[in-house]
Design a binder for this molecule. Structure first.
Ligand code: SF4
Length: 341
């Protein structure tokens, strides 16, 4: 008999309250980016977004909702004019003092952070910085016109860690300039910083982006879905081992995104498929240690939805490992248990 735990760190229990600031502070539009489609909002009008945030949070407070982790997403927060950064953080702080907000995070680019700026933001109540790293590879960054190199990306991760705030990393595998093994190398570099969170978004071709033009000309080919699943599944344990939570696999079907995807590895159940594959690899590793055929497999109930993958796509793989559906029992314990005769 073998017992084992799932290596994934405990999920966060706080609810994110996103404040989308589409393209706000962005020095230019990146080749693949379609924040307007993802968020369903046009370019940020900061005054209007500020008022909306104030009204919505006031309403939530009056209704006794929360608490929330406030997240400024969709743009380059640290490149906003300084007075705007301060206004947004001061407003967040007012709601923190009222008990509605427990933490504040923002997303930004690696070439838009410096030690003094991060220290000032921390002072004003920022708790976590998510860096849109995309890749640490100079070639992929150049081919995608990101405007910085791998050294800048690594330096930014180090600066956020040194600031005492939490670090979040976002990787975008399958960019132009991608090569076999490149994503795995990026994952290793990112995980070495032991970020608090990671988001992995396989590159998609979205209508209206520069990448769509390249794709239409036949100059860019996105990853097939099968490759995205396989590579993401291999990345998960690397982050888990460092205690990093992978909080997103693939873009969420928000706004008008789904109808604007022209090509690329997108599926509404991508996360479930990837997590299922990662779990399959863990189970196979444990089965290999047994000295007889599997007669019973107890699985913590919370993994019921992903054990056999999306729509049972892994049933045959489990059967090949000697685990049939009838062998499995879902239990209210935290550890998996494999038994032989
Ligand atoms: S990818 Fe990030 S930095 Fe580039 S345009 Fe989009 S939000 Fe701005």
């Amino acid at each position: 008999m073998i017992q084992f735990s799932h290596p994934e760190p405990e999920p966060s229990t706080t609810t994110i309250w996103p404040v989308f600031l589409p393209f706000a502070g962005c020095p230019y539009r990146c080749l693949y980016c379609a924040q307007d489609k993802q968020t369903g909002r046009g370019e940020a009008q900061l005054e209007a977004l500020f008022r909306d945030m104030q009204n919505d949070l006031t309403q939530a407070l009056e209704q006794g909702r929360g608490p929330y982790e406030l997240a400024f997403y969709g743009g380059t927060f640290t490149a906003l004019p300084r007075p705007w950064q301060e206004r947004f953080l001061e407003l967040a702080d007012r709601f923190r003092q009222a008990g509605l907000v427990t933490r504040v995070r923002c997303s930004t680019r690696p070439d838009c952070v410096d030690a003094d700026g991060l220290a000032a933001l921390r002072e004003r109540g920022l708790d976590l910085v998510e860096l849109g790293i995309q890749s640490f590879d100079d070639g992929a960054l150049r081919a995608s016109s990101r405007g910085y190199d791998g050294r800048t990306a690594r330096r930014a991760c180090g600066l956020v860690k040194a600031s005492g705030m939490g670090l979040g990393v976002q990787l975008l595998p399958g960019l132009p300039g991608d090569d076999r093994g490149l994503f795995r190398a990026d994952v290793d570099v990112a995980a070495a910083f032991a970020p608090e969170t990671a988001r992995l978004y396989p590159c998609l071709v979205i209508r209206g982006t520069g990448l769509a033009t390249l794709w239409e000309r036949g100059e860019y080919e996105p990853w097939p879905l099968a490759r995205a699943k396989e590579e993401l599944a291999e990345a998960l344990p690397v982050f888990w081992e460092k205690g990093s939570r992978v909080i997103r696999l693939g873009l969420a079907p928000e706004g008008t995104l789904a109808e604007n995807i022209l090509a690329g590895p997108w599926h509404p159940a991508l996360g479930q498929s990837v997590r299922g594959l990662a779990l399959l690899a863990i189970v196979r590793g444990q089965v290999a240690k047994l000295d007889g055929p599997v007669t019973g497999f107890e699985v913590p109930r919370r993994y019921q939805g992903e054990l056999f993958g999306h729509a049972g796509e892994l049933v045959d793989d489990y059967a090949a490992a000697g685990i049939r559906k009838e062998t499995v029992r879902y239990v209210d314990r935290e550890r998996f248990r494999l038994t032989t005769q």
